[in-house]
Write a protein that binds this ligand. Sequence first.
Ligand SMILES: Cc1cc2nc3c(=O)[nH]c(=O)nc-3n(C[C@H](O)[C@H](O)[C@H](O)COP(=O)(O)O)c2cc1C
Length: 264
Amino acid sequence: MDILDAIKSRRSVRSFNGEALFGSNRKILMDAVEQSSSPFGGNVTIRLKEFDIKDGYKPSTYGMIKGAVDFFLLGIGDDEASALTAGFRFEQVVLKAWQLGLGTCWIAATFKGSTFDDGLTWSDGEKLKVICPVGVPAKQSMMERITRLSLGSKNRKPFGELFYDEDFKHPLSVESRFGVALEMMRLAPSSTNSQPWRALVAGDTVHFYYKPQSDASVLDCGIGMCHFYEAEKYRSHDGKFFKAAEIPVSHESWKYLYSYKSNL
Ligand SMILES: Cc1cc2nc3c(=O)[nH]c(=O)nc-3n(C[C@H](O)[C@H](O)[C@H](O)COP(=O)(O)O)c2cc1C
């Protein structure tokens, strides 16, 4: 499965088969963590921890996650750079897991932190802000089906509502130069499926903004920008993220994040 197929077919998985990861998959995932990178800086630590759920100890996801034994734990700094990097780096691992046939679910709200990071210490300024089960998907529980329905998890906003062409009056066409990469951003997972990412294409540059929806909006944008960048890389398009000196003025409630200049 190539990266575009992984992005298109991925969904959050909340029901697992109750088995620990095979050693080979654990190694591939740990390598993916090591190799994951981000241009945004900040402080992020990603750990993979196996829980002995048969012994009666259960990390608490308030019943949201069933049958998971292995969880990623993300220690993230309190600044914008750390949130972007957490999204950008860890989504690379999520996509690798999906390519291995493993399910994951980003979880920033529905977990009890003390039942996960008992005994663990984090680097200065980092806190456990996200956990993510990983394992072989099982048949969806009733709770999972209801959660997906209530979040509208299958749905995404229309392309032309999110991405603009030269000014904020003209919706971008999906057929344009950055159409494929921005379509991959559109499909990204986000907290409560809020899809905060917005972008303006100006010539060979894409300016990224977000519409604040929750504390996780910048992290969500890191995930979306990971999908964008993976699609650019896959198509052998070279480019770089940078902070623009002059930022096109957007809708007043949107906040500027980063720009990407293509070297094509
Ligand atoms: C940063 C982030 C935080 C999330 N937090 C939770 C959570 O606390 N509980 C939960 O059940 N799902 C959580 N999700 C999963 C989203 O609800 C899910 O990605 C969204 O509904 C889209 O569905 P999909 O991932 O199946 O495409 C989170 C997703 C992201 C990206």
